[in-house]
Design a protein around this ligand. Structure first.
Ligand SMILES: [Zn+2]
Length: 157
């Protein structure tokens, strides 16, 4: 297989040309994700975390306040564990749902956990504000301040 751009020889399972980094379409292996789906995957990841937290606190909070608080902590923790498990396979929840897969430029291999962690966790925080993460932190902060008010209210009562 030769690169359509620079005619360089490309390894049979590579997604990108080693010389010019051009994407080589491989219908048998997968296609390059378009920007919208990549953006959607970025939004879905934190959104699931927020939904898990909101649903858990709403559903279980309706049964018992303590249960709601416990589940509001448990659900995001479970989600985080799932998230970290997926990272080892070059996936995030959003990417898995949308059928996206992160591959290394030259080899076409799945990046390891460390690479994915840097890319998906550290990279996102460094690459500017991500709406979902900001929302999640805001929601958590709100929960903490309402807990603090509750404690103060109980004491003065
Ligand atoms: Zn090339």
């Amino acid at each position: 297989m030769t690169c359509p751009n620079c005619a360089n020889d490309v390894a049979t399972d590579a997604f990108f040309c080693a010389r010019c980094s051009r994407f080589i379409p491989r219908p048998s292996l997968g296609s390059k994700a378009n920007l919208f789906r990549r953006w959607l995957a970025l939004v879905i990841d934190p959104l699931i975390g927020v939904l898990a937290w909101v649903l858990a606190s709403a559903l279980f909070g309706a049964i018992s306040r303590d249960l709601g608080t416990a589940m509001a902590i448990l659900f995001p923790v479970v989600y985080l564990v799932w998230f970290l498990t997926l990272l080892r396979n070059g996936l995030t929840p959003g990417k898995k749902i949308l059928g996206l897969q992160v591959v290394q430029h030259q080899s076409g291999n799945t990046p390891g956990f460390a690479t994915m962690f840097l890319r998906e966790i550290v990279g996102r925080f460094l690459s500017g504000p991500v709406l979902g993460v900001g929302l999640l932190l805001g929601a958590l902060r709100q929960e903490w301040s309402s807990l603090a008010r509750q404690v103060i209210g109980n004491r003065s009562a």
